[in-house]
Design a protein around this ligand. Structure first.
Ligand code: GDP
Length: 525
């Protein structure tokens, strides 16, 4: 059954993550968005918390940082009648599987690209996950106040590198020192860049897309170039296609500069028009749960451990998929059908204190956890069993060999590893021939957190031996011959006993493919 008032609140929700390469401007644009939402009054607030050089071994620092990142891992604000949830996707040395899993909990993504650099590796990786989910992706080409690449080149790079059509909603009139503004074909106006005078920067365009002739900018060759490019694109480029946008086959592209707050609001306003409200979620038995269904449901997409040894609690992040969350409500944990009371819930950064009390589909709640939850768990109310589709397994890229420092303490070592692997903190592999334990992760920090938690929570000191980057490829067990393995392609099995090779590099993989052309190799995401 659906509920009309619930449907109304759900339709106000817009839940997204920013995907970008470090330094493209994710923090800066987030801050501008929070300013529009009235969450912070001064630019630089989020930044100040983030900056600072954390020595990787300095646990106090990482702990501090982790403490901060709990509140800023979900940022909620109201703007233009919508309730917006931004989910943080940790990058830099914080990059981990959690970063990927966060993308399982959003309804759309904003891709921030440094317009001087174009598409960079981390953006590509995160894009791939969004594309696999088929969610809408909106692009912001940032740092227009600096000399940028040819915008035409930036648009074609979207297609060439990512395989997504770009639809420019506006076009830069110059960049860097000659930045004059934006030719905004979507809003039919020119938005002037006048850093000293922010009032009324808009000049309306007529139906043909022209400015009144007496405006001096029409004489400026920078303007004329931009207009010409935009005309060319209107004539020969991809037409705006909302169906393609919904599926993530076309991305609306906006230009601007987060640092000088130029074009950000223009982006936000259009984004809110086209970004989807929370959608249905599918269960393992192929049923769909509608966001306005009365019964509450959600799934755990991330578990964050407290790095402070005196506070061993963890926070399970739950994406609400249907119904309404009430503090103190009883839910069923699908995996073991246990009943749990949700009384201890954390607050995220928000502009009203009650937000978490009224969470509906699209919102995120953070539950204090003493070990009940695992990543991917479904919780729900009502008699009907709900079990959401499994979260995908991601292909790790970094590997270490791990063993217990004290051979007499194997028991706590195994217990710790098993629990942390179940929780999704790292992935575990076993070498075929030696039986060695190998851990896999997508970010270095995962290993450090693992080591720290083994010591602190399981009293098990571990020794880790770096293996570095490897390319993991699963092999069809029927085709497997242990003789295929060598030091350049180590044969291991995952926790489901499925065999895979860890290739030293792309050359080793190619060499293998040449030698065994019939052997099927597959990767996870
Ligand atoms: P993140 O790593 O993606 O979160 O990037 P930050 O937001 O921390 O930005 C990285 C650096 O680029 C910082 O020094 C910012 O001040 C700078 N930056 C961000 N946006 C812009 C912009 O629009 N123009 C210029 N010139 N610099 C920017």
């Amino acid at each position: 059954m659906s509920d009309v008032s619930l449907d109304k609140s759900v339709n106000k929700r817009r839940t997204f993550a920013i995907i970008s390469h470090p330094d493209a401007g994710k923090t800066t644009i987030t801050e501008q968005l929070l300013l529009f939402g009235g969450i912070i009054r001064q630019a630089g607030t989020v930044k100040a918390k983030k900056s600072g050089n954390f020595a990787k071994s300095d646990w106090m620092e990482i702990e501090k940082k982790r403490g901060i990142s709990v509140t800023s891992s979900v940022m909620q604000f109201d703007y233009a009648g919508k309730r917006i949830n931004i989910l943080d996707t940790p990058g830099h040395e914080d990059f981990s599987e959690d970063t990927y899993r966060t993308l399982m909990a959003v309804d759309s993504a904003v891709m921030v690209i440094d317009a001087a650099k174009g598409i960079e590796p981390q953006t590509k990786k995160l894009f791939k996950i969004c594309k696999m989910r088929g969610i809408p992706i909106f692009t912001f080409m940032n740092k227009l106040d600096r000399d940028s690449r040819d915008p035409m080149e930036l648009i074609s790079q979207l297609e060439d590198v990512l395989g997504i059509e770009g639809y420019p909603m506006n076009w830069p009139i110059g960049s860097g020192k000659v930045l004059r503004g934006l030719y905004d074909r979507y809003n039919k106006r020119v938005e002037l860049y006048r850093p000293e005078d922010k009032d009324n920067p808009y000049l309306p365009l007529d139906d043909e897309g022209n400015l009144k002739n007496d405006n001096p900018i029409t004489e400026d060759s920078v303007y004329q170039d931009a207009k010409e490019s935009m005309d060319l694109i209107t004539e020969a480029g991809n037409p705006f296609d909302i169906e393609k946008i919904k599926k993530g086959d076309q991305t609306p592209v906006f230009f601007g500069s987060a640092l000088v707050n130029f074009g950000v609001q223009t982006f936000l306003d259009a984004y809110l028009k086209f970004a989807p409200a929370p959608n249905v979620h599918e269960t393992q038995d192929d049923k769909t749960v509608k966001p306005d269904d009365e019964e509450f449901s959600g799934f755990v997409f991330k578990i964050q451990a407290n790095m402070n040894p005196r506070h061993r609690d963890r926070i399970a992040f739950v994406r609400v998929c249907s119904g309404k969350f009430n503090r103190g409500m009883d839910v069923t944990l699908e995996r073991n059908k246990k009943s749990l009371r949700l009384s201890n819930v954390t607050e995220f950064m928000a502009n009203t204190r009650e937000n978490v009390q009224n969470a509906v589909a699209g919102d995120i709640i953070g539950l204090y956890d003493t070990g009940n939850f695992q990543i991917g768990d479904t919780i729900y109310t009502g008699k009907q069993d709900i079990n959401f589709k499994k979260l995908p397994q991601f292909t790790p890229e970094l590997f270490v060999k791990v063993s217990a420092k004290n051979v007499m303490k194997q028991k706590s070592f195994h217990k710790g590893i098993n629990q942390l692997v179940q929780e999704g903190a790292v992935q575990l592999y076993t070498a075929y021939t030696t039986g060695d334990y190998i851990l896999g992760a997508v970010g270095q920090l995962q290993f450090e957190v693992f080591q720290f938690r083994m010591q602190n929570e399981y009293n098990s000191e571990v020794v880790m031996e770096t293996m570095g980057h490897k390319t993991a490829r699963w092999i069809n067990p029927e085709q497997l011959d242990e003789k295929m393995s060598s030091s350049r392609n180590i044969l291991v099995k995952d926790i489901h006993d499925e065999p895979l090779f860890l290739f030293e590099n792309a050359f080793a993989e190619r060499w293998f493919k040449d030698k065994y052309p019939d052997v099927e190799l597959t990767s996870k995401l």
